[in-house]
Design a protein around this ligand. Structure first.
Ligand code: AHR
Length: 620
């Protein structure tokens, strides 16, 4: 093949093309990215959290009392906070019983590492706290002297004496009498960037390694919930942990809100990604209405003014100075400087009903009037039959919404065949945020073939980076054994992270983005029909570094010798770096390999069978 680059035709493209979408699905937050090690730390798990009403799923979930001389009950009479009504009552006739928590599939601890234990308590007594491993080996222990007529927090540091993936926490009353306990928490002392109430460092770093330009959060379906009472209300997720409002996660588990809006903003800032919060458009999923049941509904109009204000307050929380009501709350959380919010999503895959349109329009217009500096992203969702894709676009055009969020989960064949999806998009319409996409094979399988089909599609996105402003694969995280959705980008358990080939593609695009597209032509020296749409090229330039980045995808069994003609580009030096992801199309663990190559204004290279290659060249 001969690939000819035409730098004279360069056009500006979005510099935010590759980001990530974090949703609390598949235990991505509690038991995942959020570093808390105690499950149901606040006794707020409830039968109603769980699909099918699993009888195990009660306020005592993950807790167990062993021994006969104590009782363990959950009470609500005098709670720590009204948003956190349940607490444990441990009544001891004779010391000897043990209250234990098994964490999220066990508690993983490492020898020599420190863990921050804390709890709220009311009452008087001595309580031994210990981390226990296999065969009842005590890995760390301390004793707290509790003595307070009202709720008070106690803290202790535990240092693990050995490493195990499957420890549990034990609380042993050493004195007779009653103790009320709540918010029993254990965090690794080392969190990502050492943030208090922080994130699991390895997972947070794995996401940061993609070099995402933005993070969309908290959903997805989690953002708008499956009924009015299940909407993700950002204000419920702020402040001291005991004051946050936990709730049922619509993916069939419990959401502690420990990872809340402050933590999301902080993480974005820590990894240099633009925050992209998505708030409900005043309607729940598919306008599901109060209690679901097919009845369509939204927030009552009598409450919409307050709801609109709630959305406006989010901008003040992120950006307002410390003398504003919400800016003050951000400062109180430890961040007086603004978070520089620029984008906000309103709605997620909603049906475009009158109920939706009325509410979306109210929020959108209020946002335009009060915060014209914020880019609002509307929703058009997926274009499958039965969805309101066209209606979503029509509304966006009517209101001149600057950007809309499209979603599609398709087969790898679809991604290959539709790599020109945006070539014919009307440039006068709203810009596109491809907020959710993933390729799969039958049985939701992913491998190098699906990853290469995503790579091919993303070359088309770069080519259309003047109209497509952002993209994010979905879902991002999935905990092994707790996966409601497949495929996902990153699988993990308590100790290991398993990267998919799709992750490698995202990381390669994220680390090799540009802000100018250099048009190019490709001519194949063979007329093999099977190559049709299976070879793709995209060339971008980063105007800051002047690096030219050539992406080459070959999703065929043939190795294609190629000549690259750099046209009028002036190269700086004779060496470039070529990074190649290749392997058997069924491979699930192919990894990119980089080598230095010799480059010239025209040079030869090859596109190996089933490969994604990136050539990075310095220019003057
Ligand atoms: O990414 C999983 C789900 O897919 C999202 O929550 C929703 O927006 C979409 O239907």
């Amino acid at each position: 093949a001969t690939i000819t680059i035409q730098p004279e035709l360069a056009k500006p493209i979005s510099d935010l093309l590759f980001g990530v979408f974090f949703e609390d699905i598949n235990y991505a937050a509690d038991g995942g990215l959020y570093a808390e090690l105690i499950q149901n730390r606040d006794f707020e798990y409830a039968l109603s959290d769980k699909e099918g009403r699993d009888q195990q799923w009660t306020h005592t979930h993950s807790w167990q009392l062993r021994g006969t001389q104590s009782t363990f009950t959950v009470d609500t009479t005098a709670p720590l906070h009204g948003n956190n009504r349940h607490y444990a009552v441990l009544d001891t006739k004779e010391p000897g019983a043990i209250l234990s928590n098994t964490g999220f599939d066990g508690i993983s601890v490492s020898k020599g590492e420190k863990y921050q234990f804390s709890l709220f308590s009311k009452g008087k007594g001595k309580l031994q706290v210990r981390l226990v491993g296999q065969d009842n080996a005590v890995l760390a222990q301390t004793t707290l002297s509790l003595n307070t007529p009202d709720w008070r927090q106690y803290k202790a540091t535990l240092t693990a004496g050995s490493t195990t993936a499957n420890a549990h926490l034990e609380l042993l009353p050493l004195t007779k009498g009653g103790l009320d306990l709540d918010l029993i928490s254990l965090f690794p002392a080392k969190t990502f960037r050492n943030r208090p109430n922080g994130l699991r460092p390895d997972l947070a770093q794995t996401i940061a390694d993609i070099h995402p330009r933005f993070i969309r959060f908290p959903g997805g379906c989690v953002a708008h919930g499956d009924g009015l009472g299940n909407m993700y209300r950002w204000k419920n997720t702020l402040g001291p942990l005991e004051t946050r409002k936990p709730q049922r996660n619509l993916w069939g588990y419990h959401q502690s809100a420990g990872l809340g809006y402050f933590e999301y903003f902080q993480y974005c800032e820590d990894i240099g990604a633009e925050p992209l919060p998505v708030v409900p458009a005043g309607v729940p999923c598919q306008n599901s209405g109060v209690g679901g049941g097919g009845q369509q509904g939204g927030i009552p109009m009598t409450e919409m003014d307050d709801y609109v204000q709630e959305v406006l307050d989010l901008v003040e929380y992120a950006n307002g100075n410390v003398s504003t009501t919400w800016g003050k709350k951000r400062a109180a959380a430890g961040h007086p400087a603004p978070f520089h919010l620029k984008y906000i999503g309103i709605g997620n895959e909603d049906l475009i009903t009158d109920v939706f349109e009325e509410r979306f329009t109210m929020i959108y217009k209020a946002m335009q009037a009060k915060h014209p500096e914020i880019t609002v992203i509307g929703t058009v969702g997926p274009f499958y039959e039965g969805t309101d894709y066209e209606e979503g676009w029509a509304l966006a055009e009517k209101l001149k919404v600057p950007m809309v969020d499209e979603h599609y989960y398709e087969t790898s064949g679809w991604f290959i065949n539709n790599q020109d999806f945006y070539d014919k998009y009307d440039r006068s319409r709203s810009k596109v945020y491809l907020g959710e996409y993933a390729a799969h094979l039958p049985g939701a399988k992913v491998n190098l073939e699906t990853a290469l089909s995503e790579a091919i599609y993303l070359t088309g996105v770069e080519r259309n980076g003047d109209i497509v402003s952002m993209t994010s694969y979905a879902p991002l995280l999935a905990k092994e054994g707790h996966t409601q959705w497949n495929p996902d980008l990153i699988y993990f358990n308590n100790t290991d992270i398993k990267l998919t080939t799709g992750y490698q593609v995202q990381k390669l695009f994220g680390n090799n983005a540009g802000n100018e597209y250099l048009p190019n032509t490709i001519s194949l020296s063979t007329n093999k029909k099977t190559l049709n749409k299976r070879i793709a090229v995209s060339v971008v330039r980063d105007s800051k570094t002047k690096d030219v980045i050539i992406k080459l995808v070959n999703i065929s069994p043939f190795s294609i010798p190629s000549t690259i003609d750099l046209g009028a580009l002036n190269i700086a030096g004779k060496t470039g770096v070529m990074t190649t992801l290749q392997g058997d199309p069924s491979s699930r663990d192919a990894k990119p390999v980089s080598t230095n190559i010799t480059v010239a204004s025209t040079f030869n290279t090859g596109l190996p069978a089933y490969s994604f290659s990136i050539i990075r060249i310095k220019t003057m």
